[in-house]
Design a binder for this molecule. Sequence first.
Ligand code: PLP
Length: 388
Amino acid sequence: MARVLTTIDAVRAQFSALQRNLVFFDAPGGTQVPDSVIGAIAGYLRDENANLGGPFETSRLSDALVARAHATAGAFLNATVDEVVFGANMTTLNFALSRAASRDWNDGDEIVCTQLDHDGNIAPWLELAHDRGFKVNLARVDDECRIDLDHLRSLVNERTRIVAYPFAANSVGTVTPVAEIAAIAHDAGALAWVDAVHYGPHGPIDVAEADADVLLCSPYKFYGPHLGLAFARRELLESWRPYKVRPADPFPVSNRYETGTLAHELLAGFVAAVEYLDDVGWDFVLEHERELGQQFLDGLPAGWTLHGVPTMDGRVPTFALTHHSLTPEEAATRLGERGFAVWHGNYYAVEIMKRLGLPDGAVRVGIVHYNTVKEVERLLDALAALGG
Ligand SMILES: Cc1ncc(COP(=O)(O)O)c(C=O)c1O
């Protein structure tokens, strides 16, 4: 397909939010959205707003929109339309799907998570373990924050029902060998349960290539509105018993997991976000992000420590840093005063911060494709000014 947006200037022109002085390195907490997404949300509310299944124009338009959003989500993840489930956000979907998946498990069944996971892919299993007597084991990471596959393998056994792991870490940016971990899970008869929230803005997701059984992401991390999206293999959705209302019984299988009325206007925004990404193309995203990430790694000034993978291979450009004397909060606040949006703390990646011995967490710089060489240069200058 011909790409419409081929330069960084053309990309940035799509975002009113980027036409201001604040420099956005906060994308891992949620990206800015292009104006087309804002327009689609407003347009739905203005022209099509209704609930589903009514014999009148706005309801028919809403039916069509919801169908289109599912088709778009299926194509986006390389899944079929009846394998995608929308929800409020990843965390809410994960609590719901994990509960449905485990209804017929037995006391003593096991789940393997990793030290790289966001709590949204650990806490649902811990809560189930609390209620139902399951056991949660954590696979370790090495000193550069890559999952220790030998350790993970040693935790998987015939009681393991799920191996839950991230596609990419929202804390330190590691990209995991998704399909290799799925194979470890499958060899033991367990499901591969992938948190792709952080990977979403950085590269294409293909559930078949990942060999994922369940995969979750959040459109608000890839230029869309605040929304969650899950994939689960059709046979799984059919075999689990969802928590749902009785009138949902005849719905197509994936819709039975979408409890209540969806945020239709946000589905319109989601479709527009995927169209925006189609106009940019993943080649631009991958190349531009790699260039900026390398610029950041090459220029990181003295006084700062980078935690995690030290090269652009095997990571996305999400960087966790600590300063030799300022706390992460102090450093992020100083950067905020200078016009940079960066996060600090653990960003719910509780286990990796324990592993790194960082009780106050770190400063997180999250680069995405709408950032510029100039912005990275300015950030490096600001880090140098705080360095020393
Ligand atoms: C890797 C990862 N997983 C899960 C979540 C939770 O996503 P949501 O806010 O959609 O519940 C986040 C949010 O920051 C995340 O970065």
